[in-house]
Design a protein around this ligand. Sequence first.
Ligand code: UDP
Ligand code: MG
Length: 313
Amino acid sequence: MNQEAIYSIVIPAFNEEIIINETYVKLKKIMDSLNEEYELVFINDGSIDNTSSILKEICNKDKHVRLLDFSRNFGHQIAISAGIDHATGKAVVIIDADLQDPPEVIPQMIKKWKEGYEVIYGKRSKRKGETIFKKITAYLFYRLLKYLTNYEIPADTGDFRLIDYKVCNALRSISEKSRFMRGIISWIGFKQTFIEYVREERKAGESKYPLRKMIHFALDGITSFSYRPLRLATYIGLFLSAGAFLYFFYAVYQYFFNVRTVQGWTSTIAATVLFNGIILVMLGIIGEYVGRIYEETKDRPLYILREKVGFKE
Ligand code: UDP
Ligand code: MG
């Protein structure tokens, strides 16, 4: 390919050997039909199956395809960042490798981009084939996030979106380690709009987001966009101290003016357990932030590449 790509499609993949070829074929078909230059940038996020060798084979026979091969699993959000770092398109589309985000929506996004929008995100009007648990937690998470942050992070969106190269340049200048991409892209601004789509079920394989990763992801989202939890800890602390202060006077009063002083073992234990619990939770909240400060101060690169395939030097 001699010409620079107009469109770059960024596809992070972690252990997706059973679906990755189908994803490639679908994306290729849609992008070919547009008759404009494009590139497909796959990121192999340290898969331990054959994802990498399948992608290399595809690279070797199709000049539109590139591969960033990570040295290990760095995580979905970092894989997306690597794709954006290396994309050359005037517009970049981020899409999952499991065909949950329908590639058919891409031409609609491109149409909006041509109308002058700089970020076109996919909004899930419906989620198919996901567990009730995932649906409920996702629903609650986006509402909580909205309550906690001052930025307009749109609810019920994923990372499936088209972004203009200007937005990519802005993203490249952001060096944060804990990355909540959908939030960062909202934070960047520019002219944004959305397209509603039905989130399909995963075509094959299983979710690479177990509960542990989901919680981590949610905490990243909240802590990188809000310090309201810290403030909440302060308020609760003040409120409880006020209560304790009043109780102190009550106890002293009892001691001096009442014959029958405090007998309570129960009340002591209850207060101790309650207050210690609350203090530990508050320390935990502070710890979440301190841990992230620690992460940010380490000057390590965001990801490490084993190799790049299909890129022009
Ligand atoms: N993914 C990744 N690294 C990870 C986990 C996931 O690159 O550590 C990719 C995965 O291959 C898929 C996308 O991120 O293309 C979304 O993951 P998944 O479909 O498992 O998440 P879900 O749709 O269940 O939220
Ligand atoms: Mg998925």
